[in-house]
Design a protein. Structure first.
Length: 96
């Protein structure tokens, strides 16, 4: 796949949700419903994506393929670990 210059935006509604789009096209190919749910995109930075580039939470091949086929890539937040959810649960009898 050829390198592409993309812009990365974060969602103001959900932590760790990012939208990758072609810099020159911006949101032209992003469905309106997705943008409504995403919220007003906040620009993080622009990046040249190429096959040998490493990304923190996505495979660059998946990002490039999605941008090529649909015009954007939506990076969802990572799943919450069960041990992290325990701190938000109400204590039960006999547990400390």
């Amino acid at each position: 796949m050829k390198p592409v210059l993309c812009s990365i935006y974060k969602s103001p509604k959900r932590d760790e949700m990012y939208l990758y789009v072609l810099k020159q096209e911006q949101f032209a190919k992003v469905p309106e419903l997705l943008l409504e749910q995403f919220g007003k995109p906040v620009h993080v930075f622009d990046m040249l994506l190429k096959a040998d580039r490493k990304l923190a939470r996505a495979k660059v091949e998946d990002v490039l393929a999605a941008i090529e086929s649909q015009g954007f890539f939506l990076q969802m937040p990572p799943p919450k670990e069960a041990y992290m959810l325990d701190s938000y649960r109400a204590p039960t009898e006999g547990r400390y």
